[in-house]
Design a binder for this molecule. Structure first.
Ligand SMILES: [Zn+2]
Length: 290
């Protein structure tokens, strides 16, 4: 079941709220395409259809027009900047977006703008550790400090809390509470467990910095969907700045492909230290993630 009722924001204009939900569903649909999972497509498509049909026709047309050019149609503003294209917005426009009376578009990229309070922030931290001379592949997005070879938590929400906590603890992201809250909201729309025992819980719209990924292993396995029997053993927790949303889909596809073979998954699962897990991840993703 697709449940979008918890994704909105209390003080948001109802149309903006619907557009944000529609954008979420369209991005989730692209995620499913990236991990080649067709099982949940029809559910998603009907929810997307319902939302579209509830929008005023003018708004629908506008959405459709922008959608034809880009996957990101509606983006939050952050520090007076359009997170879609990076343009510094005129103060009067920022005020109009915050007031939320009329739909406002970025004068540069034409995306619809909205205001969102208290986004978690990616704080600057070097990736790949001190001894990595040049960062390539997965080392651009993660680091040995973000590896958990044996997750303590045994339930989905606690596992997500453990991974988000790791990111905060290691100084990669702030506002851990909001981070966890957003990750669980995303999970409530449609769980992020996929085939082959992988799962990709994530938070979009993180302010600043680049895409960041933590990895946790559960040998026992975690149920990402209470109605399915499949367990997730390899759990990637990813924070995604809005501008990296499209790149994130490529990363998802790369990770899925890297772990299609049971042998590569087994190597991850049997890594006993964060160092071993990190080295295994570097090796396994070398050809698929450049
Ligand atoms: Zn823009």
């Amino acid at each position: 079941m697709i449940d979008t009722k918890n994704t909105g924001h209390a003080n948001m204009h109802p149309i903006i709220n619907m557009l944000v939900q529609l954008q979420d569903l369209l991005l989730i649909r692209s995620e499913q395409e990236a991990v080649v999972s067709s099982s949940r497509m029809s559910q998603l498509d009907s929810a997307i259809q319902t939302l579209r049909s509830n929008l005023p026709s003018e708004t629908n047309q506008l959405f459709h027009k922008i959608e034809k050019k880009d996957l990101l149609v509606i983006v939050p503003i952050s520090n007076n900047v359009c997170t879609g294209c990076g343009l510094i917005l005129p103060v009067s426009l920022v005020h109009a977006v915050r007031a939320g009376k009329k739909l406002q578009q970025c004068p540069n990229c034409a995306r619809i703008l909205y205001y969102q309070n208290f986004l978690p922030r990616r704080v600057s931290k070097k990736m790949g550790g001190r001894f990595t001379p040049r960062r390539t592949g997965i080392a651009r997005f993660s680091s040995q400090e973000l590896m958990i070879p044996s997750l303590k938590a045994t339930e989905r929400d606690n596992v997500i809390a453990e991974l988000a906590g790791k990111m905060v603890e290691e100084g990669f992201v702030d506002n851990g509470e909001k981070l966890l809250d957003e990750a669980l909201k995303r999970e409530a729309i449609m769980h992020t467990g996929v085939d082959n025992g992988l799962a990709f819980p994530h938070v979009r719209g993180v302010e600043g910095g680049g895409l960041t990924l933590a990895l946790g292993i559960s040998r026992k396995g975690i149920k990402f969907d209470s109605t399915e029997r499949a367990l997730s053993h390899i759990i990637f927790f990813i924070v995604i700045p809005t501008a990296a949303s499209v790149f994130y889909l490529r990363l998802l596809a790369g990770l899925t492909q890297s772990f299609l073979k049971k042998e590569s998954r087994q190597k991850l699962i049997s890594s006993e230290s964060s160092e071993a897990l990190w080295n295994t991840l570097l090796k396994a993703t070398r050809t698929k993630i450049k």
